[in-house]
Design a protein around this ligand. Structure first.
Ligand code: HEM
Length: 482
């Protein structure tokens, strides 16, 4: 028995469902990309489905992306969609727990910290942390390992060291990593759907925040007592940042913003790096091509443990690695669903539809990024499609294919927007590219990779907020020798 929601003719078509209230939650949750594609075929780029009592209006393809990313803040907001999910993780008074104008100021402050000067100082740290992980955990000549677990740890170490600073990085093994883990436990679809339930994880997150406040507070106090010491991390930038009205960020806001940045980059960058390694393991010729370009640019052999330190400009110009990351983000965009909430009825341009207040909007850039209409053999991982050649002249992203840390467009009219667009666009893109490319540089220098013959290429797992490879994510490493 199929239910059909009564909606006005001016509203987008409604996907029928079998179970009242629950609606299409299971079909959407299991495989959002298939669910959206099937309904896109039937209803077009705008349609609504029911999920646990919420009306979710899907807006896809270039028109849908543009509509969601550039919607007017007076009608459509991110904070009403996300804050119940992110507040327990990030803490109060940052990102979606402040008015949008304040978030814009906070993003401006963070952006100032993601400067080329600071990036230059991050490269040796990325290399050192990656090497440290390898020397501690990958001690054999060759072995099969859980690649997602390994890469996740490399990401948290490199990001903590560069953003939060060496003092907090050094405390990671003394319980700070467990506190992050507790906060991360609130970042699940359950917390989005059951925001009203007094889940035990909320209590745990309050406790973790109280402890982290203490740890951050102490480090901030020590730094204030030593004003002449030079730091190039985000902690330093935020401690000294000012709002337009001349006020400082409170110490608590500094700590919470750092947690937010760490969390925003953790699963997204770990998933991207892991999928990159898995695809390189599957296509070793691309790995060899990346190594050849690196050696040519560095003017020396790059093999084994003592990898030379590339300059910022060199990492930026590793074009094969750039294309590897860009192509991985195209076929495995970590954020499959971008949400907003409609707070005032909003008309979809060039259609007869008006979306009522109370509905959620769901954009999914993965739909256009995997559409044959825009990319030939769209499901295949082909990094060379991003090479600047005559053959690729007609690429839909031609205008934006500018080497150097992704540099994808900020316009919402590209089919490939893994970092979003508009006022909520990611500010961590360049940091993520630098971090991921440097980690890949070290890994490709030191190891050959192959997929586990039994597991092969993992499927996509949509059960967390960030799309990850389905575990166990096994891959094989083998040391390279001169
Ligand atoms: C926003 C993707 C890494 C910080 C976003 C958005 C996307 C995204 C799609 C837009 C969300 C929306 O419109 O609702 C990614 C991907 C990453 C990555 C794919 C890695 C491969 C990072 C890193 C940082 C970061 C490393 C911090 C250093 C942020 C911030 C926002 C954001 C602060 C803005 C939120 C807002 O204005 O609402 N990211 N991100 N991201 N990201 Fe990233």
């Amino acid at each position: 028995f199929e239910y059909k929601m009564n909606c006005k003719p001016s509203e987008p078509p409604f996907v029928p469902y079998y179970i009242p209230f629950i609606g299409s939650m299971v079909q959407f949750g299991m495989h959002p990309i298939n669910f959206i594609r099937e309904n896109q075929k039937k209803y077009g780029n705008f349609f609504t489905f029911l999920m646990f009592g919420r009306k979710m209006t899907v807006c896809v393809d270039i028109d849908g992306n543009d509509f969601v990313f550039n919607a007017r803040h007076s009608h459509v907001t991110a904070e009403d969609a996300y804050n119940s999910l992110t507040k327990p993780v990030f803490g109060a008074d940052v990102v979606y727990d402040v008015p949008n104008a304040v978030l814009m100021e906070q993003k401006r402050m963070v952006k100032a910290g993601l400067s080329i000067e600071n990036f230059k100082s991050y490269i040796p740290i990325f290399i050192e942390e990656t090497n440290q992980y390898i020397d501690k955990h990958w001690t054999k000549e060759e072995d099969t390992v859980d690649m997602l677990k390994a890469i996740s740890e490399m990401i948290i170490m490199t990001a903590s060291h560069t953003l939060l600073g060496p003092e907090i990085r050094s405390k990671l093994y003394e319980g700070v990593a467990d506190l992050y883990h507790t906060l991360d436990g609130c970042f699940t679809p359950i917390h989005f759907l059951f925001e009203w339930l007094p889940l035990p994880s909320y209590y745990a997150s309050d406790k973790a925040h109280a402890e982290l406040d203490g740890i951050f507070g102490k480090v901030i106090k020590e730094r204030r007592a030593n004003p002449d010491a030079k730091h190039t991390d985000m902690l330093d930038v935020l401690m000294n940042a000012k709002y337009k009205n001349g006020k400082d960020m409170t110490d608590k806001q500094v700590g919470n913003m750092l947690i937010a940045l760490l969390m925003a980059g953790q699963h997204t960058s770990a998933a991207t790096t892991t999928w990159s390694i898995l695809n390189l393991a599957d296509q070793p010729a691309v790995a060899d091509k990346a190594r050849a370009e690196i050696e040519q640019m560095m003017g020396t052999k790059v093999i084994g443990k003592d990898v030379p330190e590339p300059s910022y400009e060199q990492v930026k110009d590793f074009s094969v690695l750039d294309n590897v990351v860009r192509e991985t983000l195209r076929i495995r965009s970590p954020l499959v669903e971008i949400m907003r909430k409609v707070i005032k009825p909003v008309a979809i341009p060039n259609t007869e539809y008006v979306i009522p207040a109370g509905n959620y909007l769901v954009a999914s850039t993965a739909i256009s990024a995997l559409d044959e209409k825009y990319y030939k053999n769209a499901e295949d991982w082909v990094p060379s499609r991003w090479e600047q050649s005559d053959e690729n002249e007609g690429s839909p992203d031609k205008a934006t294919t500018d080497y150097g840390f992704g540099a994808t467009t900020t316009s919402a009219r590209s089919p490939n927007l893994p970092f979003g667009a508009g006022r909520h666009r990611c500010i961590g893109e360049q940091f993520a590219y630098l971090q991921i490319k440097t980690i890949l540089y070290v890994l490709l220098s030191r190891f050959e990779f192959s997929l586990d013959p039994k597991r092969g290429m993992p499927e996509r797992n949509y059960q967390s907020m960030v799309m990850l490879p389905e575990g166990p994510v096994l891959a094989h490493y083998k040391r390279r020798h001169d």
